[in-house]
Design a protein around this ligand. Sequence first.
Ligand code: NDP
Length: 337
Amino acid sequence: NQQVVLNNYVTGFPKQSDMKIVESTVTLKLPAGSTEVLLKNLYLSCDPYMRLLMTKDRTVGTGTYTLASPLSGYGVSKVLESGHPDYKKGDLVWGITKWEEYSLVHSSQIRFKIEHTDVPLSYYTGILGMPGMTAYAGFFEVGYPKKGENVFVSAASGAIGQLVGQFAKMTGCYVVGSAGSKEKVDLLKNKLGFDEAFNYKDEPDLNDALKRYFPEGIDIYFENVGGRTLDAVLLNMKIHGRIPVCGMISQYNLTQLDGVTNLANIIFKRIKMEGFIVNDFYHLYPKFLEFLLTHVREGKVVYAEDIVEGLENGPAALVGIYTGQNVGKQVVHVALE
Ligand code: NDP
């Protein structure tokens, strides 16, 4: 059973050598009386929060990985054996599994059974899984969008950002995305339907860039990165603007967080800035899935993924999301069904 284990706790940017590929033996049989579920992992998801679990003494959120144990994370898996009545051999599922070929998990780790397989299975690590649900909940339930509003999205070509942009267009909003390369900017404008996009690394002053794209100000800023982007956004929000705070990836590798200096704008502009966690919104999953599957099947929502082959290439792929190597949702393909 090939596994990706944590080699050491991480300070600063993660490196491939912070993880190690090891081989362990596995019995592909459930212990007698077990209520657990034995999975064959097919796709694993590289998610930004995983870096936080590599920090020994976290100050944001809770939980850490255990040294020399496989990383945990979202994935798509096939049930090999089940001691739980809700699952049976051959079922396809998505939820929390481990970075290894075969995993024994508690049934509560499984989020949902996969019933629709006419779309790629990898989609359940992204557009039809946790990141998709995050984009949907954050934009519609926290952002309160209205037709005609101005929307700005950071990390816009990533798993979540690309969907937020498309949801904004469906709602009749004007939407601009920022991303870290020309390739990503082209993707946003030519494939993902954003009205405008810019490379934040090419902008000496983000405040100037935002004034150029939003001369009348921003109604909704979908926050994925934090730091200097947030600081510039605060200067460009409209009165009664909303900021759903989804993530702050620019801060996850810093030991000293970037100071945000323009926070007082929240008062004068009556901004509603609200953090949210996807876990609080899974009751909406059936409604979300029906809505999105229809749009995906009709080609009305498009989706960019970046898939690497082989568990052994997982550490490089995971490390890459913190420097923006991924173009679209980063996935690791572990095995065929
Ligand atoms: P992405 O697929 O967008 O991958 C991460 C991207 O972040 C990179 O490709 C890179 O794109 C960008 N990035 C990396 N470092 C920086 C930096 N220093 N400054 C600016 N951009 C950076 O990730 P997701 O869509 O999966 O996640 C987006 C955000 O949502 C993250 O902050 C994540 O933690 C959060 N999240 C929150 C959840 C919730 O429940 N609240 C659930 C899931 C995710 P680029 O080249 O454009 O810089």
